[in-house]
Design a binder for this molecule. Sequence first.
Ligand SMILES: C[S@@+](CC[C@H](N)C(=O)[O-])C[C@H]1O[C@@H](n2cnc3c(N)ncnc32)[C@H](O)[C@@H]1O
Length: 227
Amino acid sequence: MRTIRKLGETLIPVPSVFKTYFHKDLPEDIPFDYTDQIYAGFDSCGVPIIIPKDYNSYDYRETLLPIVGYTLVTKNVCKALASFIKDKKVLEIMAGTGCLTYGLRSFGVNIHATDDYSEELLTNFWIKDLEQLDCIESVRKYGSQIDYLLISWCAQKAPILTVIQLLKHINPKAQIIYIGETKGGCTGNDALWDMVTPIRYNNFYEAVLCYRSWYGLHDRPFLLRIN
Ligand SMILES: C[S@@+](CC[C@H](N)C(=O)[O-])C[C@H]1O[C@@H](n2cnc3c(N)ncnc32)[C@H](O)[C@@H]1O
């Protein structure tokens, strides 16, 4: 167990599976145990303590969130996305900590990340070139050069409709890799789903299978085309 100070908050012990994040390395995978059922270390007799579902997972999530972000980034999911993306160009907007861009770059993806820094996250930890730029300006600046626009856990108040309309205008062939819940879910803005169509593509499913959500959440990767 290791403890880390949540930004401005209390110390919360975090199970060892997550400790790679603190050393700027991604875990291969997050065992289902940590997303379904919470392991809380050992008692004084050395017996593992298992806490029932959802008891403590949000403490772990809240502790990791300022460092990793909302998406549980693992090597497995980055590797699967990278083997789908290949040598195509990607822009990640609302990139938060930049952890996902870091992971994708480590598997060779040509990706640039932007965020307007409106949320208090560790934006200088994973990558040094996380550009401070609003999502609309990001698409205006880079939209014509990309094959994929990556959005994970879209900010609910972000002007996503304008972003999509602008991308459609500038680069109608660009597709969107979206990580979040589907319509009616807790991520992003429902209006997005009226402007896009999920694409069924076998090579993308490995990333979906590798993806892990925190207990109670239903986020996953989607491949979307703009209608
Ligand atoms: C819910 S967080 C998701 C961050 C990251 N993608 C992740 O999965 O952890 C939303 C991010 O969008 C950024 N953001 C909010 N409004 C924005 C805007 N209009 N333009 C660019 N970034 C914005 C915030 O700073 C925050 O980092």
